[in-house]
Design a protein around this ligand. Structure first.
Ligand code: HEC
Length: 152
């Protein structure tokens, strides 16, 4: 009787562990998809700003995009839990081995987005163009260290 109960408990634990494992794998797939989607929106915001610059439109149109970039970045750095280095990801292992460097690269991007917002609000197209270029460099600086190089 006792033995049967013990076995049932062990059985339940094993089943629980298996279900837990499957959920974890799913959650990791989700988090990778979420961070890619986040970067797609980031790229879209950058394209929108480029469009304003190219069209020599009102710089104020970029204010909202700069704010969007900041919001996306703050969410982005939280999407790299332990274990999410495995799967359909282009994130390099350095994200996890040099977390401080990764966070610093993200903070540098935040600072660039802030300057972009100020430039967008200034009405000065030259300032917006310069801030846009600096932002692109902040993207590239992080990609250089923390993302698999895209094949060209
Ligand atoms: C703090 C680091 C960091 C910053 C800053 C950063 N990225 Fe990335 N980016 C990454 C990483 C890491 C990946 C790979 C994510 C993955 O595949 O899991 C990535 C992936 C991407 C992708 C590919 C998304 C996909 O569909 O797979 C695009 C596009 C992108 N970034 C654009 C940008 C742009 C534009 C900026 C600047 C406005 C930017 N990134 C700033 C780290 C960064």
């Amino acid at each position: 009787m006792r033995k049967t109960l013990a076995l049932a408990v062990i059985g339940a634990l094993v089943a629980g562990a298996m279900v837990g494992g499957a959920t974890m794998a799913l959650a990791q797939g989700d988090v990778i998809a979420q961070r890619k989607e986040n970067r797609k929106q980031t790229a879209a915001a950058m394209r929108a700003i480029k469009g304003i610059i190219d069209a020599k439109g009102a710089t104020s149109g970029a204010v909202e995009q700069a704010a969007k970039l900041k919001t996306l970045e703050l969410a982005f750095v939280k999407l790299f839990p332990a274990g999410s280095d495995k799967g359909e990801t282009k994130a390099l292992p350095t994200v996890w081995s040099d977390r401080a460097g990764f966070d610093a690269a993200s903070k540098a991007a935040d600072a660039a987005y802030d300057k972009l917002a100020v430039a967008a609000g200034s009405g000065d197209m030259a300032a917006l163009t310069a801030a846009f270029g600096a932002t692109g460099k902040a993207c590239g600086a992080c990609h250089e260290k923390f993302r698999v190089k895209p094949k060209t």
